[in-house]
Design a protein around this ligand. Structure first.
Ligand SMILES: Cc1cc2nc3c(=O)[nH]c(=O)nc-3n(C[C@H](O)[C@H](O)[C@H](O)COP(=O)(O)OP(=O)(O)OC[C@H]3O[C@@H](n4cnc5c(N)ncnc54)[C@H](O)[C@@H]3O)c2cc1C
Length: 306
């Protein structure tokens, strides 16, 4: 455990090829065709998907515009191949930090493309410096009459219950998650149980205000809380969904699917894999073992390294 925490701090020093190898399970590949293959398999196993094109914090407008084009291509391919998938987008990949209105226009183009095809766009939530702007963009898109779009709220943040109430008039579609970005204590819960508690309160509040709930967690305790909640509210499996990340706790996913719940898997692909991979490795409880195994594998012929 201590070794795990020490290694998490050292992860930025781990060579990129090692990070790449260790994070293979979390990423479909570098091309859309890789993502489509993974989605096809997931669909065959009774799971839906959400495709994410990797890329965040762009510093050039051209990169944001290229990402919009890629998402439009993703929608065409989803339809062409009959895949059961929507998409997730990161606001800073679409220029949020360059120019808010430019990012809204870019996200709007992707959502309009989804509307034309009866599909859906989830706007991921990034670190706390982007929360207000992201929610404002969401509100503006809804004010334009766009419906096939949802947001993400992070149970880690103190503001989240207030955000649910502020969005109530929109009947929002919200993915509730713990939140991957570590934030300071004046704005965020730090204790594991406080984050869990706020996750449950956020789900309750969202259902109270008539929102649509996507439950994004691999925490079995929270999954059980969510199951109790949807039962108490008399929801049918079409009214909510569970969401999990590619490569994480697949057996928990199997159990949900076998019990008739809807499960959507987050499928990232693309060449800009590094930041996403680092976040996933940092929350892998067995990271020390994996790094050790990888290192031994490379040093010892016939070891586990690939
Ligand atoms: C579909 C989906 C979308 C998300 N979107 C966002 C978003 O937009 N913004 C945001 O801030 N966060 C997002 N997250 C990340 C989320 O906030 C958490 O960081 C992450 O899911 C881990 O929290 P947990 O609820 O699974 O609980 P944890 O307590 O962290 O994990 C529960 C258990 O799951 C397993 N586990 C979790 N992560 C890993 C891993 N990487 N490798 C191996 N095992 C693991 C472990 O067994 C762990 O004990 C998303 C998560 C999901 C599932």
């Amino acid at each position: 455990m201590l070794l795990d925490r020490a290694l998490v701090r050292m992860l930025p020093a781990v060579p990129r090829p090692v990070v790449r190898r260790l994070s293979e399970r979390y990423i479909a590949g570098s091309q859309l065709a890789d993502a489509c293959r993974v989605v096809e398999e997931l669909n065959a196993g009774g799971r839906k998907a959400t495709i994410d094109v990797l890329g965040e914090e762009v510093t050039r407008r051209d990169d944001a515009l290229a990402l919009v084009d890629e998402y439009i291509h993703v929608f065409e391919t989803i339809r062409g191949q009959g895949l059961d998938s929507n998409v997730s987008v990161k606001p800073t990949g679409l220029g949020l930090k360059l120019d808010r209105d430019f990012a809204r226009e870019n996200i709007g183009r992707i959502v309009r493309c989804a509307e034309e095809r009866g599909n859906f766009v989830r706007i991921d939530m990034e670190d706390a410096s982007t929360t207000s702007e992201t929610l404002a963009v969401y509100r503006e898109l809804r004010a334009e009459g766009l419906e096939r779009v949802g947001v993400v709220l992070q149970a880690r943040l103190h503001r989240t219950l207030g955000d649910v109430r502020a969005l109530a008039d929109l009947g929002p579609s919200v993915r509730v998650c713990k939140g991957i970005y570590l934030e300071p204590e004046d704005i965020a819960h730090q204790a594991f149980d406080d984050i869990r508690g706020n996750f449950v309160r956020t789900m309750e509040e969202l259902l109270e205000v008539g929102g649509t709930l996507a439950i994004a967690t691999h925490d079995e305790w929270l999954v059980d809380q969510a199951l109790e909640l949807v039962e108490r509210h008399g929801l049918s499996p079409d009214d909510y969904e569970f969401q999990m990340l590619l490569g994480v706790r697949e057996r928990l996913g199997d159990r949900l699917v076998a019990a008739g719940h809807r499960l959507r898997i987050y499928v990232p692909y693309g060449r800009r894999w590094y930041e996403y991979s680092m976040r996933r490795l940092q929350e892998n409880p067995k990271i020390a073992t994996h790094i050790a195994r990888d290192t031994v594998g490379r040093l010892v012929p016939g070891g586990n390294g690939r």
